[in-house]
Design a protein around this ligand. Structure first.
Ligand code: SF4
Length: 351
């Protein structure tokens, strides 16, 4: 009975979602006409739960989901700077690294994030057909170097239980696939979707990892904590992914609060992504130097387990590289000159 109640709860949050600025509650509606023009190019969707977390116009959650006229007026030319389309082996399957693939199983999202890496398709589908899914599974079966399948989208946890279970069954039955990872915004943006039924399905496919996309401490609600507890209690290791976003989380204090909140709800911070130069997202961009400065301040002030890696995704499908503040200043006459987190200088034998 409980899961039936939960099912209807997340569905009603989706059904009552907002698709235009004109329909936002008055206290968070700003420049509706101008902003609604953006929706013709880049659709808008905010489910009712996420909407309830927005306190005022231009707060960090509002900025993530409410269209901005600047989306139509930036100088970033590419809608797919990471060459995902080029690196798609078959429709819906990105094969960039030899041993893993990203399987875009869902075209549905709990909210449409204005900074999305896949802004070119967010809210527009395409939803993979049964034939596409079969084709992708055949490809994975034939490519024996693939050890990990990452389910992404859209949001994989927005699929119906049966559909998701079927995909997990097919992928996990391939002998050379050792692990499955799910990337999802659902545990924070629509935690009601984490039902008992869904968790019972997921726990059948261990080793299964789940990376949760969260960008601001205000997203870490009691409901999100409850959802993460259900997942963690089912033995699913939880990690987080955060995108560094101007006006949302580009300060040490906000990042610190987010990372500590994540750790508290049993989510291990995994990646802090430098924002990708996707057409229509220029107003979210932050200089790399600022990201490095935040990372420098996190070191030594937060438990190591709370510090994510700061990642840059190289253009043209070059792959991800970690960015790290330089602590080693010199390597001279067999001695390293190293600065600690307080800026003090130390000497350390290099050999
Ligand atoms: S939920 Fe994920 S895929 Fe969907 S719009 Fe947000 S970032 Fe993009």
């Amino acid at each position: 009975m409980k899961s039936v109640i939960n099912r209807s709860e997340w569905r009603s949050h989706m059904a009552d979602g907002v698709t235009s600025v004109s329909l936002l509650p008055e206290h968070i509606r700003v420049d509706a006409q101008m902003r609604d023009r953006v929706c013709a190019s880049y659709p808008m969707f905010i489910n009712r739960f996420f909407l309830s977390l927005i306190k005022k116009a231009e707060d960090p959650l509002w900025r993530q989901v409410v269209p901005d006229a600047m989306e139509l007026d930036d100088d970033l030319p590419e809608d797919d700077p990471l060459a995902e389309e080029e690196q798609s082996a078959v429709p819906g399957l990105i094969h960039r690294y030899p041993d893993r693939v990203v399987f875009l199983v869902s075209g549905i999202c709990p909210v449409l994030c204005r900074f999305c890496l896949r802004k070119r398709m967010a809210g527009k589908g395409p939803v993979l057909s049964d034939a596409d899914i079969e084709n992708a599974v055949c490809y994975i079966r034939s490519a024996r170097a693939i050890r990990e399948v990452i389910l992404s989208g859209g949001d994989p946890l927005m699929l119906e239980d049966d559909r998701l279970c079927d995909i997990l069954k097919r992928v996990s039955s391939i002998p050379h696939v050792r692990t499955i990872r799910i990337h999802s915004r659902v545990p924070v943006a629509l935690p009601q979707r984490i039902t008992g039924d869904l968790v019972s399905i997921l726990r059948r496919f261990h080793p299964l990892y789940l990376n949760i996309h969260a960008n601001h401490p205000n997203e870490i609600t009691a409901r999100a904590a409850e959802a993460c507890a259900m997942l963690a209690d089912a033995g699913i290791p939880l990690g987080s992914q955060t995108v560094l976003l101007k006006g949302v989380n580009d300060s040490f204090e906000t990042m610190e609060a987010l990372l500590m909140e994540l750790l508290h709800i049993r989510v291990r911070p995994y990646y802090l992504h430098h924002p990708d130069p996707v057409k229509g997202t220029g107003h979210f961009r932050v200089p790399v130097t600022k990201g490095l400065e935040i990372m420098r301040r996190l070191q030594g002030r937060l438990p190591g387990v709370a510090i994510p890696r700061y990642m840059l995704d190289l253009p043209g499908g070059g792959g991800k590289v970690p960015l790290c503040p330089g602590y080693v200043e010199q390597d001279k006459n067999g001695m390293l000159v190293v600065r600690n987190y307080q800026g003090q200088r130390f000497y350390y034998p290099s050999g």
